[in-house]
Write a protein that binds this ligand. Sequence first.
Ligand SMILES: Cc1cc2nc3c(=O)[nH]c(=O)nc-3n(C[C@H](O)[C@H](O)[C@H](O)COP(=O)(O)OP(=O)(O)OC[C@H]3O[C@@H](n4cnc5c(N)ncnc54)[C@H](O)[C@@H]3O)c2cc1C
Ligand code: SF4
Ligand code: SF4
Ligand code: SF4
Length: 396
Amino acid sequence: MINIDNNNKKDCCGCTACSSVCPKSCITMTEDNEGFFYPVVDGNSCINCGLCEKVCPVKKEISQDSIQQAFVSRINDKEVLMNSSSGGAFTALSRFAINNGYTVYGGAYNECFDVVHDSAKTNEEAVKFRGSKYVQSYMGNTFKNIKKQLDKGDKVLFSGTPCQCAGLVSYLRKPYDNLVTVDFVCHAVPSPKVWKLYRDYLTKKYKSNIKSVNFRSKVYGYHCSSIKIDMENGKSQKMGLNTDMFLKSFFFNVSCRPSCYDCHFKTVDRMCDITVFDCWNITRFVPNKKDDDKGYSAVITHSEKGAKFFKQASTCLEVFDADLDTLIKYDGKYAVKSIDYTPKREEYFRLVNEGLPIDEVTKRVIPIKAKNKLMGKTKGFLHATGLMSLAQKLKK
Ligand SMILES: Cc1cc2nc3c(=O)[nH]c(=O)nc-3n(C[C@H](O)[C@H](O)[C@H](O)COP(=O)(O)OP(=O)(O)OC[C@H]3O[C@@H](n4cnc5c(N)ncnc54)[C@H](O)[C@@H]3O)c2cc1C
Ligand code: SF4
Ligand code: SF4
Ligand code: SF4
């Protein structure tokens, strides 16, 4: 049976394949003191059938033998583009799916702004999936629900992290023609506990509840994307990765899941049909295009099914062919490389668990420099005067 303890947490990505497959329902996904979920087995009910180990994607070789194709793309709908993390490729896939009778699954906020996996059957409902949420999503019974639908013959499009997609495919244990899986290039996932502490900090600071969160707001342009949080009382904050304490904890690798520092899924081969990610270098792939700072999505199809699905969904996209190796080299670094481990992670969670307020923990472990605070304050001016792109070029 599966056995995850304090010594081998990096061997579990929290996908829920094991707890979903257990015939005795004796595996409970349980939150640890960092806010991540791990399987805990009730040894008294376990019949040692070995299924949980068999489906664990971390124990499997990740490979696909079909030909991959690479593209860069952008959705034709301006409003969707501006609300998508990159070029809106995911919404194109989800719209095509829904218009053809699929149920779409993806990461969404619940009413408290926890990130959870959810489903949608209409394009209006599927808006909740738009935009990256940089937090590990809570899976609940998603895998079991999908299996029930697939066995009935319903069509399903599942989107999630590479480990969630691999976990689902592995849990299902047989191929389904009526399932399409979409993952993304995945930096890592931060702790839901840290996300909750940060939301509580904001609620206290602004004396108001949160109204909306956009981790990848393009208000200062795609290349300078910011986290924009609107509060119910009309107050709002926009910050970048060097000035926002939550983004900084993510991009400075202090709040991520242990499995992300040695990720089993960092390979161009995927156990999914389609991968979407950020294309930061559009002019490298389409030299006659001007980079208008609104974003493009990079797309890799991994299977015949994925290639056909993307082609059919492309009617609402601008699509250009791209060279796979070049796309990975310039835009897909984290498709093949894990984030670097930093010893500051231990200190960060030690202070979090000692109950120090999250702004104090940030000050001590990953302090936000005065220079960056000042830069953050001038962003609005730089963007409005067109000086932002000059500042970015100088920085590069
Ligand atoms: C945690 C995380 C890390 C990422 N790291 C990178 C990276 O290092 N490099 C890179 O190029 N791109 C990364 N991405 C992907 C990138 O942010 C965009 O999602 C991608 O460019 C597609 O953008 P889009 O405009 O097509 O669609 P979007 O509108 O951004 O589509 C969002 C899709 O992501 C899914 N999703 C959102 N949040 C979560 C979540 N927490 N868990 C599971 N699924 C979720 C939704 O279901 C939907 O399918 C990451 C995304 C996430 C969520
Ligand atoms: S060995 Fe079988 S019964 Fe025991 S926990 Fe794993 S799946 Fe459940
Ligand atoms: S990676 Fe998934 S299947 Fe493996 S132990 Fe963790 S939750 Fe279970
Ligand atoms: S980095 Fe790897 S282990 Fe972490 S969430 Fe992404 S795919 Fe899963």
